[in-house]
Design a protein. Structure first.
Length: 456
């Protein structure tokens, strides 16, 4: 049965909520960081930007529900995902996850580049223990191109590496740091360079088993060790931006693939690659493919892929209100398939509550909003239409996956899961991926609609 496993009191209403897990060290209870504001998320796109009516706060709460500390980031920090990415990551290797975020030292200039900083918080005290100038890239660009900041992390032969990044659509800059914030590498990908731009999501995975993580920077795969490019998918033909990049495994034979959904850049708009960057199949000649997922919902855990295009010809702020076009494929072969649930796939997100290797669905919109269904469309639970999705996947060290939902008017966040979940021995690669990606759910759109937790 799907039920509430944990409830966290936030202490104030909220209109936006992100979250990452935080380890407080050996012998200490683990905690959860909540990133929240009473103002909805502000996007840097001019057609979506609005002025903040509240500040962004960081609240650390123990798993037993005790508020450990709260920090108000003040008016210099725009309460938006792309202005202020947040991750938890143990860079110094002491067993405690430091909290990393992009801040601003001048509360009177929220759009300043010169006052932007990378800050580190000690979760045991809530105090800032380090501050470094944020790289001043890009400059003299539109708001949407300027304020696209990301934080990521991973490992190279066991050594932790922190990544800071600037830019999504044109010029892209990435920097890797060792413990002690010594710069390990730096990469600049000019707007004119061939190959894909970044994505709104960036999986971290040791895809070739050599002990070095890779970051999926759009359809471009970079080494965590030195920033070099392993390969760039479809380099000569695709010079745009993918909304979705999701690595996954075929349960039938263990082969690994990369599923991508492209916002623009010519045909095709839906492409699946193998782990060497070769195109396996492609589909859809036009459209802004804005949402997508892969889910084990066919017989024998057959993977099905969903892609949602915004209406052809829709533009400006109205494009997200347009009637979508839905596509469904066999995720391995690209063969079109029938989707039998009585809801649109763009209003559902896959999540394996039971741990049996088949995905259930949580409703994110339409008639399915707030409800959970099995893969046959049977109602499993109603979690409330007022909930907003915070993160999903391997949130807890227990069988199955879970979903974290925020209830802003109630001032609470709940973790929902199946109390009877049971699973066979998980694949170590998948287990590590799903657990580690939780630490990056406060950066980019890694947390949205299970685009990360449905992978692998």
């Amino acid at each position: 049965m799907i039920r509430s496993l944990y409830t966290f009191e936030i202490g104030e209403e909220f209109a936006q909520m992100r979250s990452v897990p935080v380890a407080l060290g050996p012998g200490r209870e683990e905690a959860v960081l909540f990133i929240h504001s009473q103002h909805p998320n502000i996007d840097p796109w001019s057609e979506a930007f609005n002025y903040a009516r509240d500040t962004l706060k960081l609240s650390l709460v123990s798993m037993s529900g005790k508020l450990l500390w709260r920090r108000d980031l003040d008016w210099g920090v725009v309460p938006g995902i792309w202005y202020t990415p947040v991750i938890s990551f143990d860079l110094d290797g002491d067993g405690v996850d430091e909290i990393w975020y992009v801040g601003n030292t001048n509360p009177k200039l929220p759009l300043s580049i010169d006052y932007r900083v990378l800050e580190r918080i000690d979760p045991l005290t809530g105090e800032v223990t380090g501050q470094w100038p944020w790289p001043k890239y890009p400059r003299n660009e539109s708001m949407s191109h300027t304020y696209r900041y990301s934080l990521a992390a991973g490992y190279a032969h066991g050594q932790p590496v922190l990544i800071t990044a600037q830019g999504t659509y044109h010029d892209m800059h990435l920097q890797g740091y060792n413990p002690g914030m010594e710069k390990r590498w730096e990469v600049y990908i000019p707007a004119a360079e061939p190959g894909a731009r970044a994505s709104h999501v960036f999986p971290i995975l040791d895809m070739n088993g050599d002990g070095i993580d890779e970051i999926f920077w759009g359809e471009r795969i970079l080494s965590m060790d030195d920033g070099h490019e392993l390969f760039c998918c479809d380099r000569d033909n695709f010079h745009a931006h993918s909304d979705i990049v999701a690595p996954f495994i075929d349960p039938a034979d263990g082969r690994k693939y990369i599923y991508t959904c492209r916002e623009g850049g010519g045909a095709p708009r839906v492409v699946t690659y193998d782990f060497a960057g070769n195109i396996v199949w492609s589909a859809v000649e036009a459209g802004h493919i804005h949402k997508g997922w892969v889910a084990n919902i066919g017989e024998n855990r057959r993977r099905i892929a969903m892609a949602m295009s915004l209406a052809l010809g829709a533009s400006g702020s109205e494009c997200h209100k347009s009637t979508p076009i839905l596509y469904y494929f066999d995720a391995v072969t690209g063969e079109p398939v029938e989707f039998k649930l009585p809801f649109q796939g763009c209003h559902l997100m896959p999540i394996d509550f039971t741990g049996d290797g088949y995905h259930e669905f949580y409703g994110t919109g339409g008639d399915a909003l707030g409800k959970c269904y099995d893969r046959h469309g049977n109602l499993l639970a109603d979690l409330g239409a007022s909930a907003q999705q915070v993160r999903s996947g391997k949130i807890l060290p227990r069988p199955g996956q879970q979903i974290m939902l925020g209830y802003g008017k109630e001032k609470v966040v709940r973790i929902w899961g199946d109390d009877a979940a049971a699973e066979t021995a998980p694949d170590p690669l998948c287990e590590r991926y799903h657990t580690f990606m939780q630490h990056l759910m406060g950066s980019g759109y890694n947390h949205i609609n299970s685009v990360q937790s449905c992978g692998m």
